[in-house]
Structures are given as structure tokens and as C-alpha cells.
Design a protein around this ligand. Sequence first.
Ligand SMILES: NC(=O)c1ccc[n+]([C@@H]2O[C@H](COP(=O)([O-])OP(=O)(O)OC[C@H]3O[C@@H](n4cnc5c(N)ncnc54)[C@H](OP(=O)(O)O)[C@@H]3O)[C@@H](O)[C@H]2O)c1
Length: 261
Amino acid sequence: MTAETSITRVWPTPSTGPLTDPELAALYGRAARPHLRVNFVASADGAVALAGYSAGLSGEPDKRVFGLLRMLCDGLVVAAGTLRHEGYRAVRLDAARRAWRREHGLAEYPTLVVVSGSLDLNPAQAAFADAPVRPLVLTRAGAEPPPGLTEVADLVRCGEDRVDLAAGLAELHRRGLGQLLCEGGPQLFGALTAADLVDELCLTVAPLLAGAGPDRITAGDGSPPRRLPLRHVLAAADGVLLLRYARDPGDARPAGSAPAA
Ligand SMILES: NC(=O)c1ccc[n+]([C@@H]2O[C@H](COP(=O)([O-])OP(=O)(O)OC[C@H]3O[C@@H](n4cnc5c(N)ncnc54)[C@H](OP(=O)(O)O)[C@@H]3O)[C@@H](O)[C@H]2O)c1
């Protein structure tokens, strides 16, 4: 294993030293009921991307938590815009994380869930073509799939003119995907916020100023402000902050031990 940038908890109770992966996994945990966690990385001045991509904002501490959050979820929800733009590949977890999932009674991999109203999706994209678990696509009535899409993914139709996100999430829960992790992007996050469906936001703050230009982590039509209390502040040795906001302090419970890698 390569040397990791240490991560410590600074609030509410400072940790006595660097957090291990099992300790990090326990801090994020799995909720006792159906739950939607959203994960984003932003610059200190609020940019969602550098030169159009999130990669420039992310570093090793963010990637470490990003991977642990994937390990903890049942369904990995991503908007079609981000899937297309970021060239999403198939969801992979290393052997230790797959073993952790088996030990905790979970499927070996989370199910990828793509949100798309248009179904302008490429079935040959690795996220579909190489998926270890058949992905789901949340879409609306009447959207026409491109050739080959239904060979690599199952369509879940909810909503007439647009994707009804509340109905879509309820259907995912009904299918056993109770713990959902949404990796964006901004339009989907804005719509989930407007529909009051966000239980938790995990936000990595990169210590840099992106300057004017990039969008925020949320986009679309405005919605009323919604209080989301801060639950923990982690700091990495390179100055990255890992913030967790959640509606309910009991929304996360210890997840047991996690693998080291
Ligand atoms: N910093 C980060 O952590 C982070 C994370 C993710 C993305 N990003 C960045 O965000 C940018 C991409 O954002 P984006 O503007 O394309 O937004 P997006 O939210 O990723 O994607 C928008 C598309 O997703 C589908 N969609 C989203 N919400 C929907 C809804 N409520 N109902 C139906 N379909 C919905 C639609 O797809 P169809 O067109 O197929 O209908 C829509 O065109 C990229 O620059 C990416 O790098 C950053």
C-alpha cells in the first residue's frame, strides 16, 4: 500500500491520530433506513470543476473517501450529464472492499443507477458494457432508448414529461437499494434538493481558488433554503477538508470494520 495523506477528525471530537479506513467507514456508515447521500468536491471558492472536470479538484484524501462511500452504498446514482462528460467507467471495488461487502451481507458491487430524461446514452460506454452488475436507468415515460441500451441496462420509467425523482428513489428502495450514493452532477443535485430528497451531503473542499467562471455544485431551478446540520469535519494533512452534513444525527451508524485499502 502506498503512503496515505493522513486524515484526522477535527470536529466535533478531535481524533487522537490519523483515521484508519475502518474508522473512516464507521464515521460515514450506513443509515438505519432508506437514505440518499450526495458526494461532491469543490474548491474553497465554490467551483464544481477545474477546466470542466472534477479531477483537478480531487486528490488522494478525496479519492480515499470517495472509494469508501462507494463501498458503503447499495446504489450509485449519477446523472447522465456527468456520466457522459466524465466518461464514467464500470464501478470497480478492490478485493478487500468486495470482501467487506460480502461480510456485511451486501451484494459484491453496488448497482449503477443513471438518471436520464433523454436516454441519450451510449451502451458501449464502459459504465454499461463492462458493468459487474446490470445498471438501471431512471427515465421518463416515452423516452426512446438507443439501439443496444436495453441489452446492457434495465430501464425504470417514472414520470411522464420528466423523471420523477421521488418516485424513482422509492422504486430503487423497493428493489432493495436502500442506501443510495449520488455522485452528481449539479443539475441532478439541484433537482434532488428542490424535491427535498437529500438526506446527507459529503463535501470535500480543496484548498484552492478556482476563480470566476466554473459553476457551483448545484444548478437548475431555485428552491427554498434547507437546513442541513454539520455532523463532522475531517482534515487531511494537505489541507483538504472533508465535511459531512446530514439531516439526522442518527442517519449514519457504525458500519463495522473496513479494509485498509
Ligand atoms: N465536483 C464534483 O464533485 C462533480 C461531480 C459531478 C459532476 N461534476 C461536473 O459537473 C459537470 C456536469 O454537469 P451537468 O451540467 O451535465 O449536470 P448533471 O446533473 O451531471 O447532468 C444533467 C443531465 O442529467 C440528467 N438529469 C439530471 N437531473 C435530471 C432530472 N431531474 N430528471 C431527468 N434527468 C436528469 C439529464 O440527462 P439527459 O440529458 O440524458 O436527459 C440532464 O441533461 C461536469 O463538469 C462535471 O465534471 C462535478
